[in-house]
Design a protein around this ligand. Sequence first.
Ligand code: BDR
Ligand code: CA
Length: 321
Amino acid sequence: MIVDTDTGSDDAVALLLAAASGLGDIRAVTTVAGNVPVDIGTRNALISLQIAGRTDIPVHPGCARPLTRALSSAQHVHGQDGMGDIGLPEPAAACQKSHAVEALLAYPREHPGELTLVTLAPLTNVAAALICDPELFSRYRHVYCMAGAADLRGNISPTAEFNVWADPEAARIVAQAATPETVTWVGWDASRKDAVMTPTDQQRLQQLNTPMATFAHRINRTVADWARDVTGLAGYDLPDPAAMAVALKPELITELESAHVDISVAADTRGQMIIDRRVTAPAPNLTLVRRISETGFKELLFATVATPVVEAAPAGAGAAS
Ligand code: BDR
Ligand code: CA
């Protein structure tokens, strides 16, 4: 698996799932500007992998701003540092020198058809990679994106979801290159309905008292305030962990549809999904996950963060001599 992320607090929980659930095998993480500027997101990805005991996973820093627009971050949601401003120490590992876009192009060429790409962020890196290699999606086993709001109930605007809104031109490039067989979007609608951490869930997380559970609980502090004040959910939602859970365990999906989707780049509907469900619609280009099993998702989350962290051997160690 390759994970593209603008690591803020929910991306961090998704990285724990990918690195420590035992269901995934992350080969690399690529970062992009979104929730926070890309250097901060890269730092947060390194910290999250360290908490999961996986300092061996390479992290490639990527695009510092959307394709055509200035960066509008979500630091008002995830904190100035993207991680709830709880004063996390600097990571032990350093990031790679090679760029995220190069990594997104290179890994599937080395392992054609074997890797799953999971995107948790604005689609800038992926769109740039697609411009270099229009056949990119066919080189991955599958591509899962935390993207969009198929019921048009937005979180960053009345009708748009943040990752698509932040770089709608990139999202449009991705949608236009996608087919339902190659690309699945897990939207904010599924997260809002099936991945909300209620006060009882938050208490359970806190009481687990393991390093990963405590980390997951503390970094989502500012998102909890924002969810209460803005989206009005019964707790904070975990969109990126929901998308990661689907990628790791597709049997969690309880409702999906294939549809023809375009993305609005107009000022007043920026980032809104334009879904054509008419009989006359063009052929579907995306699979949309509309609901997941809330119980199955939360079981996976609690089981993962409850485990003690086992440090992975540094890259190269243990190789036969
Ligand atoms: C998405 O936006 C970000 O704030 C989250 O990390 C997630 O990827 C949800 O709309
Ligand atoms: Ca994200």
